[in-house]
Design a binder for this molecule. Structure first.
Ligand SMILES: Cc1cc2nc3c(=O)[nH]c(=O)nc-3n(C[C@H](O)[C@H](O)[C@H](O)COP(=O)(O)O)c2cc1C
Length: 308
């Protein structure tokens, strides 16, 4: 997830809850740039500890540039690549890319075919439920199959919907029925109960967790039955405190300067949305300096006194 699942956050998750697989933020592949992958993205790719498979996600629209990027990231050690066909935010690489590709099968087909040949390890697709309607996604399933995609991740909102409404996992179930490819269900899974329900109702091969995991890393363990699916407010506060503390240490190492660290911590906090933590999170988001943030973190979650 852009702005969130950087190498520091991934390493925390790997250490604490060991997801089966982790993904990079999308790597923008621009046709025009001389170096079509940024230096930071290169570091993201090489940061894998090897303990948990790292999937490198590319977003772009230019076949040659995507092929060059796939070659580069594989030379850097990437074994698993994914292409983003879901991002709703338009033209960030020059042409329509991400979710915009879902309405342009003629441009998409040669890209997927060429990438499949160039990618030696697994090659997956992350897609939304069409650009304007699910029929656009269903129509692409034969292409995904004929290209030899290894698995398909579905976030069942259309691109036009952006984040409005609910992820409609009846569409995920329909994709599972229509394809022999393994389908991973993604979208609006915030509790273990929701995850189990989505798995049962869609018969998907697995789940991808986004905002729900950023909100509560233990969601992975709750889904596995290794951590309680429900916890009281005091435990939730203690777990959030420990999570933010551990992340802060890592972010201080990765990012430069207090303001950047503060900004990146706030990006994570923006995804922590539940009534049990609403007040302290709101106060933390109002911190103007990192020192203030650190002080408030201790007061809110350890001292228990909140500012008026
Ligand atoms: C801040 C933010 C950044 C995201 N960045 C990416 C990204 O880089 N690649 C991607 O495939 N999806 C990205 N997404 C979409 C999520 O991966 C996911 O598909 C979507 O949020 C629905 O799943 P969730 O409800 O589990 O979060 C992003 C979503 C958000 C909110």
């Amino acid at each position: 997830m852009q702005g969130l699942t950087n190498r520091a956050l991934r390493s925390l998750f790997i250490e604490q809850v060991r997801p089966d697989v982790v993904f990079t933020e999308f790597v923008r592949v621009k046709a025009s740039a001389r170096k079509n992958i940024s230096g930071n993205d290169r570091q993201e790719v090489t940061s894998s500890s090897g303990q948990v498979p790292l999937v490198v996600q590319l977003i772009g629209s230019d076949t040659e540039a995507l092929l060059a990027a796939a070659t580069t990231v594989q030379e850097l050690g990437a074994a698993h690549l994914n292409i983003n066909l879901g991002c709703p935010y338009g033209r960030m690489t020059g042409n329509a890319c991400g979710g915009g590709m879902l309405r342009d099968p003629e441009r998409l087909a040669p890209i997927l075919q060429a990438l499949r040949v160039a990618i030696h390890g697994s090659f997956s697709v992350k897609a939304r439920a069409g650009f304007t309607e699910p029929a656009e996604l269903f129509a692409l399933l034969p292409l995904f199959e004929s290209c030899g995609i290894d698995f398909l991740i579905i976030h069942p909102r259309t691109v036009k919907q952006r984040y409005a409404g609910q992820a409609d996992h009846r569409l995920t179930a329909e994709v599972v029925r229509r394809t022999h490819l393994p389908v991973i269900a993604n979208g609006d899974i915030f509790t273990a109960a929701e995850g189990h329900r989505v798995l049962a109702e869609t018969r998907a091969a697995g789940l991808m967790l986004g905002r729900g995991a950023i909100n509560d890393p233990f969601l992975f363990e709750r889904l596995r039955g290794n951590a309680p699916s429900e916890i009281d407010v005091a435990t939730r506060h203690a777990q959030l405190h420990a999570y933010l503390q551990a992340l802060l240490v890592r972010y201080r190492n990765l990012f430069c300067g207090d303001q950047q660290v503060l900004c990146k911590m706030k990006e994570v906090l923006c995804q922590v949305r539940e009534s049990a933590t609403e007040r302290p999170v709101r106060q933390l988001l109002r911190s103007r300096t990192l020192a203030q943030f650190v002080e408030r973190l201790e007061i809110f979650f350890v001292g228990g006194q909140e500012e008026a």
